[in-house]
Ligand binder design. Structure first.
Ligand SMILES: [Zn+2]
Length: 279
C-alpha cells in the first residue's frame, strides 16, 4: 500500500471523512488493543491525513468505552504528529448557544473510569514496561493548531470563540441542572464527553492536539427548557457538520509541516526514558 502514511490526524464523527480523497482503509493494532475503527488515509488540502471515527463508524462506542490510548497510538504509528479533535459540546454560557464554534485553551477532567496515561508502570501485553513519567500539561492544546483553527473559521465567515475551558464529564448521560450550574459558576465555557483523555494522551506521545468544539445545545443549567436531549444535539450537529468540515479542511491545509513544528508539544519528554519507543 503506497499511501500508508499520514502527517495529520483527525478524530471525529463519521460526518467528516467525506473531505478526504483517494481513501485507503487500514486496520492498525496497538499494544493497547484496537482503535475505535480502521484508519482512513487520504488527502485533503494537499496534505496526507488519517481519519479515525472516534465512536466507530456505526457510532456504537459510548465516550467512556472508547480506547483512547489505542486511537492516539495508532495515529502516531502511521506518521501522524498533529491531531485535530472536532467534538460536540454543550454551552455553559447563554452567549455560547447552538452553532457556536469554540477553540478551547484549557480543560478540566471530570471523567472517572478511563485509562488516561501510557506511563503507568504496568507491563503491557507485549511485555514492555513503561516508566512512570509525569507530563507537563499546563497548556493542554497546541498553540499553532489553535491559531490555525481560529484563522480557518474566520476565513469561512464563522467567528470562533478564542479560548475557554472545556469540562469533560464521564457521560454517557448529560449533566443534571446542579452539575451544569456548578460547571458554569466555576467559569468554565463548554461541557463535553470525549476531550479527555484524548488531549493528554496526545501530549504523552508528543503530538500536537487541537480541539474544535461545536456547541450543539445549551447545557441543563443554562437553559430554561426540559434539558439537553440527544435528538436536539444530533439535529444541530447535522446542520453544522458541513460547515465544520470546511473549516477542518482549511485547518489541515494551514498546519505547519511535521518537520517545521516549533511548539512545546514536540518536546513533551525530551531527555526522559519512557521505557518504550514512541511509534
Ligand atoms: Zn504543537
Amino acid at each position: 500500500m503506497a499511501n500508508v502514511n499520514a502527517e495529520i490526524g483527525v478524530i471525529g464523527g463519521s460526518g467528516f471523512y467525506s473531505f478526504l480523497e483517494d481513501v485507503t482503509e487500514i486496520q492498525v493494532e496497538t499494544p493497547y488493543g484496537a482503535p475505535s475503527d480502521s484508519l482512513f488515509l487520504g488527502e485533503a488540502a494537499g496534505r496526507k491525513v488519517a481519519f479515525l471515527p472516534r465512536h466507530g463508524r456505526g457510532h456504537d462506542l459510548p465516550p467512556h468505552r472508547i480506547n483512547y490510548r489505542a486511537n492516539l497510538w495508532a495515529l502516531r504509528s502511521v506518521g501522524v504528529r498533529q491531531v485535530l479533535g472536532p467534538c460536540a459540546v454543550g454551552g455553559l454560557r447563554p452567549e455560547y448557544g447552538p452553532g457556536t464554534l469554540l477553540v478551547p485553551d484549557q480543560l478540566v477532567d471530570r471523567t472517572k473510569s478511563r485509562a488516561q496515561t501510557y506511563f503507568d508502570g504496568e507491563p503491557r501485553a507485549d511485555g514492555v514496561v513503561p516508566k512512570v513519567v509525569h507530563t507537563t500539561f499546563a497548556d493542554p492544546y497546541c498553540p499553532a493548531g489553535r491559531s490555525a483553527a481560529l484563522k480557518a473559521a474566520q476565513g469561512r465567515a464563522w467567528e470562533a470563540v478564542d479560548g475557554g475551558t472545556m469540562v469533560v464529564i464521564e457521560g454517557p448521560r448529560f449533566s443534571t441542572r446542579a452539575e451544569s450550574r456548578w460547571h458554569a459558576s466555576a467559569g468554565w465555557s463548554v461541557v463535553g464527553m470525549t476531550g479527555h483523555p484524548e488531549a493528554v494522551l496526545a501530549r504523552e506521545l508528543a503530538l500536537c492536539y487541537t480541539s474544535l468544539a461545536l456547541v450543539t445545545d445549551l447545557d441543563a443549567g443554562t437553559e430554561t427548557g426540559d434539558g439537553v436531549s440527544h435528538t436536539e444535539v444530533m439535529r444541530v450537529f447535522g446542520e453544522k457538520v458541513g460547515q465544520l468540515r470546511e473549516v477542518l479542511f482549511d485547518v489541515v491545509g494551514a498546519l505547519p509541516s511535521n518537520g517545521e513544528r516549533d511548539c512545546l508539544c514536540t518536546q513533551a519528554h525530551d531527555g526522559w526514558d519512557l521505557g518504550f519507543e514512541l511509534p
